[in-house]
Design a protein around this ligand. Structure first.
Ligand SMILES: [Zn+2]
Length: 275
């Protein structure tokens, strides 16, 4: 009997040690999980849910949300054409200035629809040209109309943590009155809408992948044209009417007349649209 008792005690002792061991193991695993990157992310998400910053409606972990969108980049074919027409133009500088207009525009959509503020279209016209390229009146009006529409519905349009993935030259187009360069950008941001500080749509937890086109136009600088008395503003020679093939040149190749038309033109961002 004592032997059996001892056996039972040994078994009981062994079981107790086993249980303690399992408990320690679970604790260790839990700590390891908490310290892991994924664990920290999940904990962060849990905290945000508890604080009401995100809700269950945000957790759409779809592959399409995680993969950056592609851009249709035709730079290789278009840069030589643009260089031929505008030898002095720094295209890559324009591409990054147009990107800055895009990112600042999204930021202004957020800031100017955030709560009560006295912001007007003047803020758009003052701040966007700080990107290194000007904007047309119609660009600032388009952006302003989107802000006014959101305000009238009491909506805040939020674009947070904007990261640009890729960019390229998508189109180069010459018409009788303008020349247009369209840049394309793929970016991600936390994109959602709020009303009275409450979430109404979008996704606050997973970045939304988007693609935007920014169209830059080469148009007559109306202010300068009015202040300087120079005739001839099209892409034809004002003296002989010959087509000006190289927009960067300043002398007509047929009659030698000095052409000031190019000098009177400036590059301005004219349109922004999501595609
Ligand atoms: Zn001529």
């Amino acid at each position: 009997m004592p032997t059996n008792m001892t056996t039972i005690l040994i078994i009981a002792g062994g079981a107790l040690l086993l249980i303690l061991g399992v408990v320690a193991g679970v604790r260790k695993a839990r700590n390891a999980w908490r310290n892991s990157l994924l664990g920290q992310i999940m904990q962060g998400v849990k905290n945000e849910v508890e604080e009401g910053k995100v809700g269950p409606e945000d957790f759409k972990f779809k592959q399409e949300l995680a993969t950056p969108k592609s851009v249709s980049d035709l730079s290789t074919a278009l840069i030589p054409q643009i260089n031929r027409d505008f030898p002095d133009l720094n295209i890559s500088q324009m591409q990054s200035a147009a990107q800055s207009v895009l990112v600042k525009s999204l930021d202004l959509l957020t800031q100017m629809t955030w709560g009560e503020n006295g912001d007007t279209i003047d803020r758009i016209q003052k701040q966007l040209p700080e990107s290194g390229i000007g904007i047309t009146r119609s660009y600032s009006e388009d952006l302003w109309h989107r802000i006014e529409a959101a305000r009238s519905e009491g909506k805040t349009l939020i674009y947070r943590d904007v990261t640009v993935h890729k960019s390229g030259i998508n189109e180069y187009k010459k018409t009788s009155s303008t020349v247009e360069i369209t840049f394309q950008y793929s970016l991600q941001c936390l994109q959602y809408q709020e009303r009275n500080g409450k979430f109404i749509s979008g996704n606050r937890a997973t970045p939304t992948q988007c693609r935007y086109n920014v169209k830059v136009v080469n148009i007559l600088d109306a202010e300068r044209f009015a202040s300087e008395d120079i005739k001839g503003v099209g892409f034809t020679c004002p003296h002989c009417g010959a087509a000006v093939k190289h927009l960067g040149t300043d002398v007509c190749e047929f009659c030698g007349t000095a052409i000031k038309t190019v000098d009177m033109r400036i590059w301005l961002v004219d349109k922004l649209f999501e595609i």
